[in-house]
Each structure stands twice: as structure tokens, then as C-alpha cells.
Design a protein around this ligand. Structure first.
Ligand code: GDP
Length: 361
């Protein structure tokens, strides 16, 4: 980029990569997300994870605290990881951004005893098609016969401490899984043996139950994002916001609201936005931007906190008039100082792409 390209008001910044979780039913997607959130929630502590609307932000210092000596925070300048709270293929395939997947990176969860199942294959195909980088979480290692768990330990540490028998049982399950990945066209290996994550899939043995390997999952995601996605994470954080609708929801006192994952720019509480609708793009003015209240402060009828603005990457609830025809998966754009017609066209073009890709499924 030359200097003349840099607009005066432009504020380049690195956003948080967006992470999605996929895999076969019952293989532990929800448990793994819960574990990641649970292991890092320390109520009231500075630099803890923050709950967004529909997503959870794990800042770099939490990753580094959980990962211990696996991560040196000085090696990173990305701010952390933003996990989409709803796991599964449906949310992955309907959530797009500018034609690609909304998620920058994915965790494919596979029950290490169960191996590839129909939805695992489906997920692999989706990841392949959307060219989304991913890691494989080989989950439920604690169910290996004779396993002696060490809560929340890095996986190599707990692996070394197991009996020969437990280790070799786990090894054979892991190698079977690596074989299945290879049959699916992916060269894969245990993550600590992978040199180049662009050509090889890193397999992380983990237990969503005991937390073993969770430090490794965070480390590998963070490393992958930093190494291969940093450029894509560069945004003009003060620019007009762009996001994707996660959900359209009735909310008491606010009417129909949008849960949005913002992946670019900023949205402010008084701005005009264009949202993809069932028939045509909806042009409306933001009435309120809402964040979840911190757990400790939640009173039943007052779950949300109003904010003046929010910057990518983030999950936010937008209250505005005329949202009844808005759709999950649709694009959201802040108009700001642009021609409204141009923004409408942009949203229309993107909607056409979303529709084509949903028909393809
Ligand atoms: P999802 O359908 O992929 O979201 O799977 P869930 O997270 O709901 O997990 C399915 C079942 O497996 C639940 O009963 C979990 O408690 C259990 N489970 C998930 N992960 C683990 C694990 O690492 N170890 C053990 N022992 N059980 C697990």
C-alpha cells in the first residue's frame, strides 16, 4: 500500500480471528466450547474472556495464561480469538462474509473412539469448499481405558504421564483418525509434528471433559491465525461496519432485533444500516446497540447493556425499526458517508451469493 492510499481518518488495526466449531453430533462441540469458556472465565478479573452476543472473545493474555509455556505472548500481535457460540454446520454454511465463510478458522471435533461419522465427512467437505483452515480436535481422550487424567494439562504432558497401555490405545485411535483424514484428501499429523500448517492438518488430542489438551487447542488456533491469517485480519477499524446476521430475535422492550457478528469496521448507535431482507434490503436506523451484561450484574429484565459503538470483530445485538423481514445469514452494512444506493447494491449482490450457496447444499 502506498501512502496516498491511506486515507487520513483510516485507522488500521488487527482484528480478532473468528472461530467456528464443527463436527458430528455428540462428538463434543458444545462441551469443548463450554470448556474453553469455563476454563478461562475468572469472574471480575481483568483480561478475562468477554461474552459477546452469540460469541465469546478470548483475548491473547487469556490464551497465554491458559497455554502456559506453550505460548509466548510476544510472538503475537493478533488480539485473541472470537468463538461463535453456536456450533454446527448449519450456522457455518449460512454465515458468510463477502462470499466466503464468516469464520476465519475452524475446529473440527471428532470423537477419537468414534472416528469419522457422516457429519464429520459433511463438515470436511464444507471446510474444503470454503477453503477454511482448520484443526482437528481429537476429543474424549479421557475415555481411553486406563487413562489417568490431569485436569487442564497440555496434552503432551498428560500423555507422557500415562501408562504404556493407555498411550498405545490412544495412539492407535489417533492414527486411525489421521488415516481417515488422509483418505479424505488431507495430509494430517499430531500437531506438534506439523511444520507447515498450510499443507498439513494439525490433530490436537483433547478432552472437553477434563480440559486436557485445551491449552493446545488455543495455542494451535492462535499460532495458525497469527502465521497464516494476519494479513486478512488487517482492517480499518474506524470504517463503516460490516457484519453478518446470526439470528433475528424478538426481544422484550426492543421488538425485533438482530444478533450480528461484526467482522469489519465500527457500528455506532445512531447510524443508518442496510440489512439483507426476505424481499429486498432493509434500510433502517440503529436504535440501540446492545451487549450482554456481565454475569454478576444480570437482573432478569435487564440482560443487555447499551453501548455507543462497537468495533470488529465482535458479536452485538442491534435494535432498529423494520427488522421483521431480516434473515439469518444476511449481510449488514453501515452506510456512514457512502451513497445509500451503493450500499444497497452491495448488500443485494451479497444476498444473491448467499442464496446460490444455500441452494447448492
Ligand atoms: P455435540 O453434540 O457435538 O455438541 O456434543 P456434546 O458437547 O453435547 O457432547 C456429547 C456428549 O459427550 C455429552 O454427554 C458430553 O458430556 C460428552 N462429552 C463431550 N466431550 C467429552 C469428553 O472429552 N470426554 C467425555 N468423557 N465425555 C465427553
Amino acid at each position: 500500500m502506498s501512502d496516498t492510499d491511506t486515507h487520513e481518518t483510516e485507522t488500521r488495526s488487527l482484528r480478532t480471528p473468528i472461530v467456528a466449531v464443527l463436527g458430528h453430533v455428540d462428538h463434543g462441540k458444545t462441551s469443548l466450547l463450554d470448556k474453553i469458556r469455563g476454563s478461562t472465565v475468572i469472574e471480575g478479573e481483568a483480561g478475562a474472556i468477554t461474552q459477546h452476543i452469540g460469541a465469546t472473545a478470548v483475548p491473547l493474555d487469556v490464551v497465554s495464561k491458559v497455554a502456559g509455556k506453550l505460548v509466548n505472548p510476544d510472538d503475537f500481535d493478533l488480539p485473541g480469538l472470537l468463538f461463535i457460540d453456536t456450533p454446527g454446520h448449519h450456522s457455518f454454511t449460512t454465515l458468510r462474509s463477502r462470499g466466503g465463510a464468516l469464520a476465519d478458522i475452524a475446529i473440527l471435533v471428532v470423537d477419537v473412539n468414534d472416528g469419522f461419522q457422516p457429519q464429520t465427512v459433511e463438515a470436511i467437505n464444507i471446510l474444503k469448499q470454503s477453503q477454511t483452515p482448520f484443526i482437528v480436535a481429537a476429543n474424549k481422550i479421557d475415555t481411553t481405558p486406563g487413562w489417568n487424567p490431569e485436569m487442564d494439562a497440555p496434552v503432551q504432558q498428560t500423555y507422557e504421564a500415562q501408562s504404556d497401555r493407555a498411550r498405545s490405545t490412544l495412539d492407535s485411535s489417533l492414527y486411525e483418525l489421521i488415516g481417515e483424514l488422509s483418505d479424505a484428501g488431507f495430509s494430517a499429523d499430531l500437531y506438534w509434528r506439523v511444520q507447515n500448517f498450510q499443507n498439513n492438518i494439525g490433530v490436537v488430542p483433547v478432552s472437553a471433559e477434563t480440559g486436557e489438551g485445551v491449552p493446545d487447542v488455543l495455542t494451535v488456533l492462535m499460532g495458525l491465525a497469527q502465521r497464516y491469517m494476519r494479513e486478512d485480519m488487517e482492517i480499518d477499524v474506524a470504517g463503516p461496519g460490516a457484519g453478518t446476521v446470526l439470528e433475528v430475535k424478538e426481544e422484550k422492550g426492543f421488538g425485533t432485533t438482530l444478533d450480528v457478528v461484526l467482522y469489519d469496521g465500527t457500528v455506532r448507535a445512531d447510524e443508518t444500516i442496510v440489512v439483507g431482507g426476505m424481499n429486498e434490503p432493509i434500510v433502517t436506523d440503529v436504535r440501540a446497540l446492545l451487549k450482554p451484561r456481565p454475569l454478576a450484574e444480570i437482573r432478569t429484565e435487564d440482560r443487555f447493556e447499551k453501548v455507543d459503538s462497537i468495533a470488529a470483530a465482535a458479536g452485538v445485538k442491534i435494535a432498529a425499526p423494520n427488522l421483521d423481514e431480516a434473515m439469518a445469514g444476511a449481510p449488514v452494512r453501515v452506510v456512514r458517508d457512502r451513497e445509500i444506493e451503493d450500499v444497497i447494491e452491495e448488500v443485494q449482490a451479497e444476498l444473491a451469493e448467499v442464496e446460490v450457496s444455500t441452494q447448492e447444499e
